[in-house]
Design a protein around this ligand. Structure first.
Ligand SMILES: [Mg+2]
Length: 215
């Protein structure tokens, strides 16, 4: 598999691997750190990329249900100067290798390096891509033709769950991996009638839940 190159235009930090669907398809949106891989606090070393238990099964379930799989990740470590965009790309390449060795593939990756306390060019007061804003989800919907009302998001942070609400998804699934323990109470505040927020220990539990409650 070739290494990814991240385009800078029209938005930075985007990689779309799949063609858009002719009809709108549902999507499994996944946060990266604390959901797909272990959260290492500003991960910059590809050696520290470790898949979390259950994530490969969860991605296989989404495929079985004919849903897209899209990663949406805040990466303010770039704006804060903790790592470079090249280091981010090296981590993403390692992740892509690890996933493809398990027959798991993402259809697109969106990352937002902007932060209000960041350094130029990544200083931004409230970038529309930075979760809890729904910009990355909207971009994916446009790039792939996603039916947002039938789509779900899995996150360890409350802002992942809030982004799903803001984007009009039907379910937010909060996990205890990553920052999950300290974010759980906040995540549950985004429960609505049309946006069910459920809590799970790991991606394994998310997989079991979605098997019967989604699509
Ligand atoms: Mg996270």
């Amino acid at each position: 598999m070739g290494h990814m190159t991240f385009t800078k235009e029209p938005y930075p930090w985007t990689r779309v691997f799949s063609d858009p669907s002719p009809r709108p398809k549902p999507c499994l949106f996944l946060d990266r750190d604390g959901v797909i891989i272990e959260d290492c606090e500003y991960l910059s070393d590809p050696e520290n990329v470790r898949l979390l238990p259950g994530i490969v099964d969860l991605m296989a379930l989404a495929r079985q249900k004919d849903a897209f799989i899209v990663q949406v990740t805040n990466q303010s470590g770039v704006a804060r100067g903790y790592f470079t965009d090249q280091e981010f790309i090296a981590v993403e390449n390692r992740l892509a290798e690890k996933l493809s060795s398990q027959d798991a593939q993402r259809d697109a990756v969106y990352a937002c390096p902007y932060h209000k306390d960041g350094q130029p060019p990544y200083q931004h007061a409230a970038h529309p891509w930075r979760k809890p804003h729904p910009g990355m989800i909207y971009a994916a919907a446009e790039d792939l033709n996603i039916d947002l009302g039938k789509s779900v998001i899995v996150g360890d942070s409350a802002r992942d769950i809030e982004a799903g609400l803001q984007a009009g998804l039907c379910q937010g699934l909060h996990v205890l991996t990553g920052h999950g323990e300290r974010e759980r109470v906040a995540a549950l505040r985004f429960q609505r009638q049309a946006y069910r927020v459920t809590t799970h220990a790991t991606a394994h539990a998310v997989c079991r839940h979605l098997m019967s409650s989604w699509l």
